[in-house]
Write a protein that binds this ligand. Structure first.
Ligand SMILES: [Mg+2]
Ligand SMILES: [Zn+2]
Length: 501
């Protein structure tokens, strides 16, 4: 670009205009951190390598309910409360693990019949390439319970295809292993609540012939190499530590099916296993969901990072034993969603921070020239980041506004922004959610882990949100992750990376 002054100068000197443009245009000696940092970030982008076009392994990582506002807030939270020995900072400048991944897209999450989606329909889209109705797992749009009688006509899941190709498959989650997101790796049901033969799956519905999700997991064709999460009660009979009313002990059945397999019921058991040993591993650490990270007892429950790390080692060893065939692993940070439903920002951000640590573990451990890593959310939540808090303000705290911007209005004596009833406002709030929840209270200071954030509409549970979510990618064919896309395209990108046509 040529400015007016240079053009006039060129005319005066009777030189071609281009002669003056040959020097550096951005030659202002800018000694400013933003300038230097911006230029360094651009230089890094110019060096992004094109990776090979064929992947051996695919890892899909889902932060359940991790909308973009949650990502931004968790990034600040992680910067203010780092867990890996870094010094705490203001937070806004911090990076989460996926912030360094070179490819991103916006993803449209609606279900085939719902503007604001749930985890069943969204996980189906990612795992089968087919969007479903809300609450439905891995069935065609026009298929109901009757379709359970013709399983060959159901959409096949990515894990089912991978297994049929001789690849390893695994699941890691912090929820019940039969909950919607992990269930879409292996199961097909017209109602996500049919997790077990229990009260949630009434006898009249069972007459349809659909099989409960816990049984489908144990029956998975070819077996799963590694399954780690919670939800053991769905596998055990009522009265014997479980809630099944059909008397079946699916853990015993799994052990009979896989004599070389190892079942572990606590973190100690997992830590005693060698990832290189033959045979599959099933680890169910709790009867229900795993604990939130804030409440986790380390001797009983493995952390998300620990489970992810073990699964990677297990699948890599299995891949070697199978003559280099790769694997498909789905990792879910499943309880970001649950903390949001309670409108408890602290636990939601803590769970997102742990999910980032699990992504960091994956990026550190795998060869990105042979492994496609995708990080996304299934849907968003109605949490927002609001007001004009000053830089470095506690992300969980009251808004301490910066003057001179767009903020005016009354302040408390502590300098907090007040609403029109004279109440201090927090940066994080929800469009809806419960005014009371067990063990949580809005009367606590907002940075208390049990603080319940404010909301506009009072509802039994805070809800999902319908805006697009982010998708981050690294590895072979990660370049296909760009622009705005439908959620079911994720399946097709994974298939393309493995050369499936
Ligand atoms: Mg989930
Ligand atoms: Zn939810």
């Amino acid at each position: 670009m040529m400015n007016m002054r240079a053009a006039i100068l060129a005319a005066m000197l009777a030189l071609p205009v281009s002669a003056l443009a040959a020097g550096p245009i951005l030659d202002t000696p800018v000694q400013d951190d933003w300038w230097q940092g911006g230029r360094a970030a651009l230089d890094a982008r110019l060096k992004i390598v094109n990776r090979p076009k064929r992947a051996k392994n695919v890892i899909l990582m889902v932060g359940d309910g991790m909308g973009i506002a949650t990502i931004t807030a968790a990034r600040i939270f992680d910067g203010q409360h780092p867990i890996d020995g870094r010094k705490p900072g203001p937070g806004e400048e911090n990076s989460l693990a996926w912030d360094r991944m070179a490819n991103t897209a916006l993803v449209k999450t609606y279900n085939s019949n719902a503007q604001v989606s749930d985890s069943a329909g969204t996980a189906s889209a990612m795992n089968t390439g087919v969007k479903t109705r809300i609450g439905v797992i891995n069935m065609g749009q026009d298929q109901g319970a009757e379709a359970c009688k013709t399983p060959e006509k159901l959409p096949r899941s990515f894990a089912e295809i991978a297994r049929s190709q001789g690849m390893g498959v695994g699941i890691v989650t912090t929820t019940r292993i039969t909950h919607a997101t992990p269930a879409a790796v292996y199961g097909h049901v017209p109602n996500r609540d049919w997790e077990a033969a229990d009260r949630a799956y009434p006898a009249a519905d069972r007459a349809s012939g659909c099989i409960d999700l816990a049984t489908q997991l144990v029956n998975f064709k070819g077996g799963m190499d590694i399954v780690l999460g919670g939800g053991g009660a769905r596998f055990l009979p009522a009265g014997k530590g479980g809630q099944r009313d059909d008397g079946r002990n699916l853990i015993t059945e799994w052990q009979q099916r896989w004599p070389t397999g190892q079942f572990v019921g606590d973190a100690k058991g997992l830590r005693a296993l060698a990832a290189s040993a033959n045979g599959p591993v099933l680890g169910l650490f709790t009867p229900d969901h795993l604990s939130f990270e804030h409440d986790r007892k380390d001797e009983a429950e493995a952390s998300l990072v620990e489970m992810t790390s073990f699964a990677l080692a297990k699948l890599a060893a299995g891949s070697k034993a199978r003559g280099g065939k790769g694997y498909y692993l789905m990792v879910e940070g499943g309880r970001i969603d649950h903390a949001h439903h309670a409108s408890n920002p602290y636990r939601a951000l803590k769970e997102a921070q742990m999910f980032s640590a699990a992504v960091a573990e994956v990026l550190k451990r795998v060869n990105l020239d042979e492994t496609l890593v995708l990080v996304t959310a299934d849907h968003s939540h109605v949490m927002t980041i609001a007001g004009y808090p000053e830089r470095g303000n506690d992300i969980l705290g009251y808004i301490k506004p910066v003057r001179g911007g767009e903020s005016d209005g009354a302040l408390s004596k502590e300098g907090w922004a007040l609403d029109d009833r004279g109440q201090p406002m927090t940066t994080l709030s929800y469009a809806n959610g419960p005014f009371v929840a067990r063990g949580l209270s809005r009367l606590l200071p907002p940075n208390d882990p049990n603080y319940l954030a404010s909301k506009t509409y009072g509802t039994a549970g805070e809800s999902h949100a319908g805006e697009d979510v982010a998708l981050f990618a690294e590895g072979p064919r990660a370049d296909l992750v760009r622009g705005v896309m439908e959620q079911n395209v994720i399946f097709h990108i994974m298939a393309e990376a493995l050369g499936w046509r």
